[in-house]
Design a protein around this ligand. Structure first.
Ligand code: DC
Length: 239
């Protein structure tokens, strides 16, 4: 596995990692790991199994009990997760125990569930091998929060892509409006700040740039500008 080249792209939600990771993977014709999707799948499945309350329930703000954490960790080891390409849209979609959860994992509630399960150390350990197994020839682009610091700490190229919370909320707002979905800017900003807070301050694998990562702030950059910076940097190191 160590001979397979890996490019890690970490950073907070809404910085454009997903888009850039897809573009970089298709540029090199490499595999792609969307690790956030794994945490979203587990979060949604834990909610379905009654192991996490709904986001609007008062108890959602409480820390998960040891018992809940153990049950969610067991669930992480039991789920059968497969990624398939939708022949029509060409999008990668998750089949979880043979059920397609593509739409359910992209909601804001799913993001909140994901952030909760992602703070459990034993869950992160349980998902480690699954993530490492994505590193297959000719190479892998791995998108997440701890790809460069933990999962692929030996990666040749590490990018940390960030942007201000306000800018990320505005992008999300625009995305939702373009989809014809109503959106509330204040609520979006709050949700992004809550999630950042949890992701940056958790005791296990907090969201920090790897010491050897190239940090790119995309607040004032177009997607093409970020993509070009990443490709220039990566091409020197891996090709
Ligand atoms: O990238 P995303 O929005 O799909 O991630 C969903 C949540 O999962 C986010 O709150 C952080 C968490 N996550 C993580 O802790 N580690 C990763 N490698 C990827 C995502």
């Amino acid at each position: 596995m160590s001979s397979v080249p890996v490019i890690t792209i970490d950073g907070p939600s809404g910085a454009g990692k997903g888009t850039i990771a897809q573009m970089v993977a298709s540029h090199f014709d490499w595999h792609l790991l969307d690790s956030g999707a794994l945490y979203r799948i587990l979060g949604v499945s834990a909610n379905h199994a009654g192991l996490i309350p709904a986001v609007d329930e008062a108890s959602f703000k409480h820390d998960l009990s040891v018992n809940q954490q153990q049950n969610i960790t067991s669930l992480a080891t039991e789920l059968s997760i497969e990624f398939v390409i939708n022949p029509r849209s060409k999008e990668v979609e998750p089949l979880v125990n043979s059920v397609n959860l593509a739409l359910q994992i992209r909601t804001d509630d799913a993001a909140q569930f994901a952030s909760k399960v992602a703070a459990i150390g034993s869950v992160r350990d349980a998902l480690l091998d699954l993530q490492k197994n994505f590193a297959k020839p000719p190479g892998l682009v791995a998108d997440g929060r701890d790809m460069g610091t933990v999962v692929f700490s030996e990666a040749k190229v590490k990018i940390f892509l960030t942007a201000s919370a306000k800018c990320r909320a505005e992008r999300r707002y625009q995305q939702l409006i373009n989809k014809g979905v109503g959106a509330n800017m204040r609520a979006l900003l709050q949700s992004i700040e809550d999630r950042d807070q949890r992701d940056q301050n958790r005791s296990v694998s907090p969201l920090v740039p790897a010491a050897d990562a190239l940090v790119i702030d995309s607040s004032e950059l177009s997607i093409e500008q970020v993509f070009n910076q990443v490709i220039d940097y990566a091409s020197e190191k891996v090709v």
